[in-house]
Ligand binder design. Structure first.
Ligand code: ACM
Length: 637
């Protein structure tokens, strides 16, 4: 039972960003006195703090801790209200206010922390229209539950078989492929009947696997006759063909809008070689079992890249044996911990990381499903967790609050002028190359605040020595050293588009993710970088899906409707000669908002499935209405 409740409202005065009004209700049967109140909120109080009716004692990113006026007592059933102005931006959705509250009771010597229930954020005195449907009504021209849709499909509908079974004479590799796809289907739909069975029975249809032929990576063909034949030149293609058969049968079994084919052909190949999704496990932690399920979902959509955002200001999730503190204090947030509570966190500390054994298991699970893991340690910015637990990565003489990241963290970038920084990274990379066999290691590089390091004596000396001007030339100096360290370890550098700032790195072999604006991707390709398009406006799946206040989600990159995520063409204005540099697309799942799995599912789906189809299916084969009809069948996280 919560004994305390926080309600918050917002009003637009004063300009530009208005006032957050916060009310704490005492629902206990005792007078409340001698306390502090904290909440976590993406709508933040900025310096200089401007608070009426309370004192803001501490604000660390989204964590705000207030002291009430001296001697304040709140009787049972009574409330206390204070107002916060000088906000970072105007809230636009019900999820922009407090995401958790913590009351700290100080009367009895040792402070104790208690959870406070919080409400949605409401704007004062405004009518709030209901959001409409997020997707149009589905419509099928072809009754087959295939998503992503193939390049070519010419099928005649038939009866629904009991299951699909290996054709007589199938070899061990074919049997293993069947079993793997059935296991995947079973994990995603544990309640559904099997789509593949090893045993021929009355009503099963035999499937033969023919390896060889002229298929590109991941391409396949299916010939549906008395015996169904899946043809492909590689394991990915065979798995893709079997998944498509499994999808068609599953659809026909669970929904009579769909049929299984009696005859005909599918010929198919992926549009892009990079069909990815990113997952942020720092802001909210998803354990190894969760991550494996996420990989299953990617595989069901024939996606092949998992970009694992393993570190950020809010927590370091990757075990590095040389630095156990990274995944102890560096992976723990709480009211009395070195890392403060962040969005959604309450009185109890939260903690989570992956052991190296778990990482190996996840990487192996991904590999078996044809998915390459691209691990990210986000440096030099976004590094509060590492800076908090490892000495020497910052300039000790740099004044506190010399600069702030866009997320409100102070002095959160590894210092590029400290040899300790590179020693630390060398140890981290040494362990990472052992864990992650893929060709890329993603080093972040995003959102280093302009002005970072300029109050650091060491950084100033480095700038003088190397003739560097400003934060971004320092960043480029750092990135070049990091790229060299990766090359020495046999890895290529992947990063966010800001890696190119201040002179960037050698584009040869470097892959950058264009997230800020689509034109950024074109410019990077022009400079010679390989590019993956991850525009926030379409592929950031934490963004709200409609403009209405009542719709949940983040609003800073705008609204990204499921229709937009599906129809968006990332190639857009890419000039023909630069197209080969564009390797593909990926969705990004930043998790600040996702304080529950239900909320995650509400935003990530169906848009993840839309990105998957945009990554696989050529533009002229996309069909929003078909997609809307089929996507209802797809599993959630
Ligand atoms: C990013 O959204 N900071 C890559």
């Amino acid at each position: 039972m919560y004994r305390y409740r926080l309600e918050n409202t917002w009003s637009p005065e004063p300009a530009p960003y208005g006032t957050l009004k916060v009310t704490l209700w005492n629902l206990s049967d005792e007078v409340l006195s001698d306390f502090r109140l904290a909440y976590t909120s993406l709508t933040r109080a900025m310096r200089p703090f401007a608070v009426e009716g309370a004192e803001l004692e501490l604000r660390d990113a989204n964590y705000h801790r207030f002291a009430p006026p001296a001697g304040l007592e709140i009787a049972p059933g009574e409330s206390w209200t204070f107002e916060v102005t000088n906000l970072n931006r105007d809230p636009r959705h019900r999820t922009d206010g407090a995401k958790s509250g913590i009351l700290t009771l100080t009367a009895s010597g040792t402070p104790t922390h208690v959870d406070v229930e919080v409400s949605d954020l409401f704007p004062e005195g405004r009518d709030l229209p209901e959001p409409g449907p997020l997707l149009p009504e589905g419509k099928l021209d072809e009754p087959y539950a295939v998503l992503p849709w193939p390049i070519a499909l010419d099928l005649q509908p038939g009866d629904t078989p009991l299951a699909l079974c290996p054709a007589p004479g199938s070899d061990a590799a074919a049997l293993a492929a069947f079993s793997q796809v059935e296991a995947l289907h079973r994990r995603l739909y544990p309640e559904a009947r099997a789509v593949f069975s090893m045993l021929p029975m009355p009503g099963t249809r035999p499937v033969a696997i023919a390896r060889g032929g002229d298929f590109g990576t991941g391409g396949y063909a299916i010939e549906v006759a008395e015996t169904i034949t899946v043809k492909a030149a590689d394991d990915d293609g065979i798995r893709h063909g079997l998944i498509v058969l499994g999808q068609m049968l599953h659809g026909a079994v669970v929904d009579d809008a769909f049929r299984f084919p009696a005859s005909g052909t599918i010929t198919d190949a992926p549009r892009y070689s990079w069909r990815g999704s990113h997952l942020d496990v720092s802001r909210q932690f998803w354990n190894a079992t969760d991550v494996s399920r996420f990989l299953d979902i990617l595989a069901w959509h024939r996606m092949n890249i998992f970009h694992w955002h393993l570190t950020d200001d809010e927590g370091w999730r990757l075990e590095i044996k040389a630095y156990p503190q990274l995944t102890q204090a560096g992976a723990t947030r709480g009211p009395d911990e070195p890392l403060t509570p962040q969005l959604g966190n309450g009185a109890k500390p939260v903690h989570g990381f992956y052991t190296q054994e778990e990482i190996r298991a996840v990487v192996a699970h991904a590999a078996a499903l044809g998915i390459t893991v691209v691990p990210e340690v986000d440096i030099p910015g976004h590094s509060t967790a590492a800076l908090t637990v490892i000495d020497g990565l910052a300039d000790p003489q740099e004044a506190p609050h010399s600069y702030h990241s866009i997320q409100g963290y102070a002095n959160n970038a590894l210092n590029p002028a400290r040899e300790e920084t590179y020693d630390f990274l060398a140890n981290v990379f040494d362990e990472m190359v052992d864990l992650f066999p893929g060709e890329y290691l993603h080093i972040g590089g995003d959102e280093v605040a302009d002005g970072s390091w300029l109050n650091s004596h060491y950084a100033r000396l480095l700038m003088e020595k190397e003739g560097l001007k400003g934060t971004f030339e320092l960043q480029s100096h750092f990135m070049r050293r990091v790229a060299k360290m990766l090359a020495e370890r046999g890895k290529k550098l992947a990063g966010w588009n800001e890696v190119a700032h201040g002179g960037g790195v050698d584009p040869e072999g470097t892959l950058l993710m264009a997230w800020e604006r689509p034109e950024v991707g074109i410019e990077l390709a022009r400079q010679g970088y390989d590019v993956v398009m991850t525009p926030g406006q379409a592929y950031y799946l934490d963004m709200v899906q409609a403009d209405e206040w009542l719709e949940p989600g983040a609003g800073w990159a705008g609204t990204s409707t499921p229709v937009n995520s599906y129809t968006y063409e990332a190639e857009g204005d890419f000039p023909e000669e630069l197209r080969p540099r564009m390797k593909g697309i990926q969705s990004c799942i930043w998790c600040e908002h996702f304080t529950s799995r239900a909320y995650f599912n509400r935003l990530v789906f169906p848009r993840l499935c839309g990105v998957a189809e945009a990554a696989w299916t050529p533009k002229d084969r996309k069909d929003l209405y078909r997609y809307a009809a089929i996507v209802k069948l797809h599993p959630v996280f």
